[in-house]
Design a protein around this ligand. Sequence first.
Ligand code: NAI
Ligand code: MG
Length: 332
Amino acid sequence: MHQITLIPGDGIGPEITRAVLAIFAAAQVPVQWDEHPAGQTAFDQTGELLPQRLFDSLERTRVGLKGPVTTPVGHGFRSVNVALRQKYDLYQNLRPAKSNPGIHTRYENIDLVLFRENTEGLYSGLEVYDEHHGIADSFNRISVAGCRHICRAAFAYAAKHGRKKVTLAHKANILKMAGTLMLNAGKEAAAEFPGVVYEDKIIDNMCMQLVTRPEQFDVIVTTNLFGDILSDLCAGLVGGLGVVAGANIGDDMAIFEAVHGSAPDIAGQGKANPTALLRSGLLMLEHLGEKAYATRIEQALDATLQNQQECTGDLGGRASTQEFTQHIISKL
Ligand code: NAI
Ligand code: MG
């Protein structure tokens, strides 16, 4: 039995978490959940955004499944997500985007995996505001070690999973120093994995190429902000934020979560698509060595996605979160 720390999160988080729990229970997946609030929900209950008991649980289980957490724009507390990633050095943010059978989009043949550096860059939290001059500085802190870590992880993943190519997306033409550190790390990792083709592209061109010829990409590696933006772009290519999974991985801990946020516009209405969190849960099962359970659930999910009537509104269907969940369970 695997012990997993469960963070339902805010907004649609509890709804989609319930859906995943129901599907895992129906498939008799050998996991035991240790549930803890985080973010706004935790603050309302305990007065803390990240209660110590959550840290204790994560340090014991070393594996988490996490719903989205709300971060106020502009003011208020710093992102709970960023804090967790930095505290446990979960430096790899893995975000696969694959065409789904049954979900019709502009492209049918996308199968790419994005590696986003998860702890540095413009998310380092180093910002100062000089009120007198009306100037804000946000520091893009990049380290040689951080670049090496994420580039090596992307190449190691490519080699392990039989992928052909790694594309590094950067802005080294303008960010001469930070961009060059990343480019150097990419070249170093490429030399270590000669069986994997390496290329680099400037981020603006990368965006254009992704929306015109996405099938040319395989594994993509990039810094934190570019990766955040590219991953939503890639989600859009394969059916939207409701269907793409993610994982925050360090050397001795991993937290699995969807790419999307807490979707306050649809929270509490039973409309949310639990697929993204479910797929994150399937990545978690692979991480735990439980591939057989993941495959069985994925087959039931894919069969449900084939029938638009059984899907949630974001995929053009009319099913509620609960109905969609029941359709998956009935196919297990
Ligand atoms: P969002 O991803 O929550 O929503 C963007 C759009 O996609 C909305 O129209 C939403 O309804 C839709 N959407 C997202 N997930 C969906 C799902 N599962 N099913 C159906 N539709 C879905 O992004 P937004 O609105 O920019 O951010 C809302 C909050 O989430 C913010 O506080 C933000 O900081 C936080 N956030 C948290 C993340 C995390 O916990 N990892 C990641 C991204 C944002
Ligand atoms: Mg994002």
